[in-house]
Design a protein around this ligand. Structure first.
Ligand SMILES: C[S@@+](CC[C@H](N)C(=O)[O-])C[C@H]1O[C@@H](n2cnc3c(N)ncnc32)[C@H](O)[C@@H]1O
Length: 290
């Protein structure tokens, strides 16, 4: 099908987010082992990075749903938000290697369900949608349920137990290591019968990754929108390159860099809020010594 949208250029996309420019603090860089943390505005920093220097990007941007971040205001006019996110995606595309993967985690709300779809449709001008993974946070199966379930609080909407993980690539032809992110066979007789060399099969595109149980907000680093470390870890394993460079332009508390540390990857995390940067540095230092 013919595409009418065009790839925005970077100078243009920077102009699309004047508030971000005005608020952008001075850039600071920190290193913990192989991991690099850059404090500052991701659009500015991405623009200064070398083209085609990153193997994969795993990120969860603000969703524009009014979450209470320390400094970032998570509620702006929808078109401003979408223009800004397309600008960030264009900047990501520039730094991504031609065989790179961009894993974009995003969700809507019951009241605003269209936003993630609006965004990913706009991203057609920049990327192919190679896989659409559902990140399942809680699930009921016959006779049991897993993960945390919120109380029933609406007569209209089902509880939202999943989020999107869009796997975007330049042309939709990136070779993945499906078994590195796979799961063991339930019925071991299938290993030989199906001609597999190892007890590992493809996980599919529905990933059950629950949050760890925490007692208070402190244990979630007082951050309203973290993801579990297993999520970026699976993305890194699935992309499957040896010694990859992993980028998270919306690093938050450093979860993607923690996954990079666990998998032996080199991570680069960008975060605008100095308090979240401090938390990420502490998490990485704790992981490095444990
Ligand atoms: C959904 S959170 C990411 C959470 C992260 N995945 C984690 O597990 O901690 C989005 C983050 O983007 C940050 N942010 C917002 N605008 C930014 C910008 N222009 N540049 C860099 N970071 C930004 C927010 O402060 C917030 O921490």
């Amino acid at each position: 099908m013919k595409r009418t949208s065009r790839v925005p250029d970077l100078a243009e996309t920077e102009k699309a987010a004047p508030e971000v420019q005005a608020r952008a603090p001075r850039t600071r860089r920190y290193h913990v082992g192989q991991q690099e943390i850059i404090q500052g505005d991701c659009l500015r920093i991405l623009k200064r990075m070398k083209p085609e220097s990153v193997d994969l990007v795993v990120t969860s941007p603000p969703y524009n749903i009014g979450l209470g971040y320390r400094s970032y205001q998570d509620r702006r006019a929808e078109d401003d938000y979408l223009d800004w996110m397309v600008g960030v995606a264009a900047a990501v595309r520039r730094v991504l290697r031609p065989d790179g993967s961009f894993f974009l985690n995003i969700a809507g709300t019951s009241a605003e369900p269209w936003l993630p779809f609006e965004l990913v449709v706009r991203l057609r001008a920049l990327f192919a949608l190679q896989n659409h993974i559902s990140w399942v946070k809680s699930i009921a199966v016959p006779g049991d349920s897993f993960g945390h379930f919120k109380p029933v609080n609406s007569g209209r909407y089902l509880n939202r137990n999943h989020e999107h993980l869009f796997h975007l690539t330049l042309h939709g032809d990136v070779q993945l290591n499906r078994l590195a992110a796979g799961v063991p066979f339930k019925d071991k007789s299938n290993i030989a019968r199906r001609g597999h060399a190892q007890d590992q099969r493809c996980r599919g595109d529905t990933w059950f990754v629950p949050y760890e149980t925490v007692r208070d907000r402190e244990q979630k680093f007082n951050h309203p929108g973290t993801f579990p470390v297993q999520l970026p870890e699976l993305c890194i394993r699935l992309h499957g390159r040896p010694d990859p460079v992993v980028l998270d332009p919306f690093m938050g508390t450093g979860t993607t860099l923690l996954a990079a540390h666990r998998t032996g990857a080199r991570g680069i995390g960008i975060e605008i809020d100095p308090d979240y940067v401090t938390i990420a540095r502490r998490r990485l230092k704790d992981a490095a010594v444990s």
